[in-house]
Design a protein around this ligand. Structure first.
Ligand SMILES: [Zn+2]
Length: 323
């Protein structure tokens, strides 16, 4: 419940902030163009009159309404003309929403907007740092020149390989609504797997998709914690369900979780439910294919190798080159 109060408070603050911002923009503008202030005052009066006319429902209210709406439209046009002839965007005096879909209310026709689902996810999964992290880790910052261009016997270099993976990731994001692709990133640490996961998360969050990013060990700990913590389960079970429902689930570092019966079942359930519901996933792991087969049950690795496009990351540790 606390989480819920915090989130509605957060929306209130967002709306409050954009109202303040708008007021600050108005003052200097109204001093310069007093007609804009008159227009605003008139528009407020008209919207009160419109409400009154709707409530009264008298004989001539229809024609009155028509007249008022026409006046309202004329004023809007006049305002837009003043703004544009003075080089302001025509929506300069409108509220600037962080989420245009729900106008920063968190709901669309009583149904949770994706921006609210993402806020709930961020709270529960403590991934509010995802947005900040993705400021430095995004597609634009990706450096192919960290990868060697020394060709192997097939005339293919680690850089060629990374370029291929990079393009696949971009296509994954661009066609997100129209494909059913899951990605499996395999390779040693320090080759850019997490970097690309974050780049994908950033772009999808900007598209308004809900994304959960979790390191495998933390994801399992979280499921274990809420599974046995009944007091909390009631409060957060719906957010925990986002593991199955969110638009994209990224599990980083598969193999770092404790190999127990519990974790094995949890991973199986996640894979199975999401695949069944056509929900996309990206999984990265430092394990090689033999180790995956050794560490996981047949039903898990058959889902991984049968339903994910696998990409092998190789080359030298780019973290050393960054220093
Ligand atoms: Zn929204």
């Amino acid at each position: 419940m606390n989480n819920f109060i915090n989130i509605s408070r957060e929306y209130e603050m967002i709306r409050e902030k954009s109202r303040e911002k708008l007021e600050q923009k108005k003052l200097p503008l109204y001093n310069k163009y007093p007609r804009l202030k008159e227009i605003e005052d008139d528009m407020i009066k008209i919207s009160i009159d419109i409400t009154r006319a709707i409530l009264n429902k008298s004989q001539d209210s229809e024609s009155l309404l028509e007249h008022l709406r026409k006046r309202q439209m004329d004023l809007k046009i006049e305002r837009a003309e003043i703004l544009s002839s003075n080089n302001y965007p025509i929506d300069y005096l409108e509220l600037n929403y962080e989420c245009k879909n729900c106008k920063d209310t968190g709901y669309i026709n009583g149904i949770k907007c994706n921006c609210m689902i993402q806020k709930e996810i961020s709270g529960l999964f403590q991934q509010s740092n995802l947005g900040k992290k993705t400021e430095d880790e995004n597609f634009d910052q990706f450096r192919l020149d960290y990868y060697s261009d020394e060709k192997d016997e097939n005339n293919y270099s680690p850089r060629d390989n990374m370029k291929d993976i990079y393009m696949k990731c971009i296509r994954f994001v661009q066609g997100f609504d129209n494909h059913n692709i899951n990605l499996l990133f395999v390779g040693s640490p320090g080759l850019g797997k997490t970097f690309l996961c974050n780049s994908i998360a950033k772009d999808l969050l900007e598209q308004g998709k809900s994304v959960i990013y979790q390191v495998s060990s933390e994801l399992i700990d979280l499921i274990r914690k809420y599974k046995f913590d009944f007091e909390n389960e009631n409060n957060n079970s719906s957010s925990l369900n986002e593991i199955y429902n969110c638009d994209l689930l990224i599990i980083d570092d598969l193999g770092t979780e404790l190999p127990t019966q519990f974790s094995s079942l949890a991973i199986y359930n996640i894979l199975n439910k999401r695949l069944f519901n056509n929900k996309k996933m990206i999984i990265s792991t430092n394990l090689n294919t033999d180790e995956i087969m050794k560490n996981y049950s047949e039903r898990i690795y058959s889902r991984l190798f049968g339903n994910f496009n696998m990409y092998k990351f190789y080359g030298e540790d780019i973290r050393l080159k960054k220093r």
